[in-house]
Write a protein that binds this ligand. Structure first.
Ligand code: URA
Length: 200
């Protein structure tokens, strides 16, 4: 299913409606796949008939989309974790140097053992994600509690993150071939945010 959805996202002829639908569906698949990242415990529950063993979350995750494309993942994760803390980290990349600049941070209160799900559909150089991890750590997060959730990553981005943030976990639907000279992911899908939000 992930490959089918990514193929729709890659196709330059995909309409805005189809693009949004595929992106939202892929976000839901990743939200389900990431379920193991949020700690659970077994407990007893009373049905109308009898008592049985069930399972429930013992912690609320903190969801942190990296603006603006990370916003696309947020509704799917909120659906499964309606009580989650939600923060925002805004980075924009300098189009010439591809170096990310931080322009906005707003984080909810969290404790050091809350799982933090950092949401960003595209990992190109890995620079924005590494910067976001630094921001979260300066706000008191432990790196090993942070997981980056993404649609497509470049091998260069993954290598950069491994070096800069060795304890960060990464959940990614597809690792692509690499980056071109302008730091676009190849084959990739173009500018994810512009295609999703219709700002091409
Ligand atoms: N961001 C995108 O949207 N696409 C890329 O290829 C790289 C970064």
């Amino acid at each position: 299913m992930k490959k089918t959805l990514i193929t729709i996202l890659r196709n330059r002829n995909t309409s805005l409606e189809q693009y949004r639908q595929a992106a939202d569906q892929l976000a839901t698949v990743l939200a389900v796949e990431s379920d193991g990242l949020v700690p659970k415990a077994t407990f007893f529950v009373d049905t109308p008939i009898t008592r049985t063993q069930g399972e429930g979350y013992t912690q609320k995750p903190v969801l942190v989309p990296i603006l603006r494309s990370g916003l696309v993942l947020l509704p799917s994760f909120m659906r499964f974790h309606p009580g989650a803390g939600i923060g925002f980290i805004g980075t924009r990349r300098d189009e010439k140097t591809a170096i990310p600049q931080l322009y906005y941070t707003k984080l909810p209160p969290f404790s050091h053992d809350n799982p933090i799900l950092l949401l960003d559909p595209m990992i190109a150089t890995g620079g924005s994600a590494a910067l976001a991890v630094q921001i979260l750590k300066s706000a008191g997060a432990m790196e090993k509690q942070i997981t980056l959730i993404s649609f497509i990553a470049s091998p260069e981005g993954i290598a950069h993150l491994k070096k800069e943030c060795p304890e960060l976990r990464v959940v990614v639907a597809q690792v692509d071939e690499g980056l071109n000279d302008q730091k676009w992911i190849i084959p990739g899908l173009g500018d994810f945010g512009d295609r999703y939000f219709g700002t091409l």
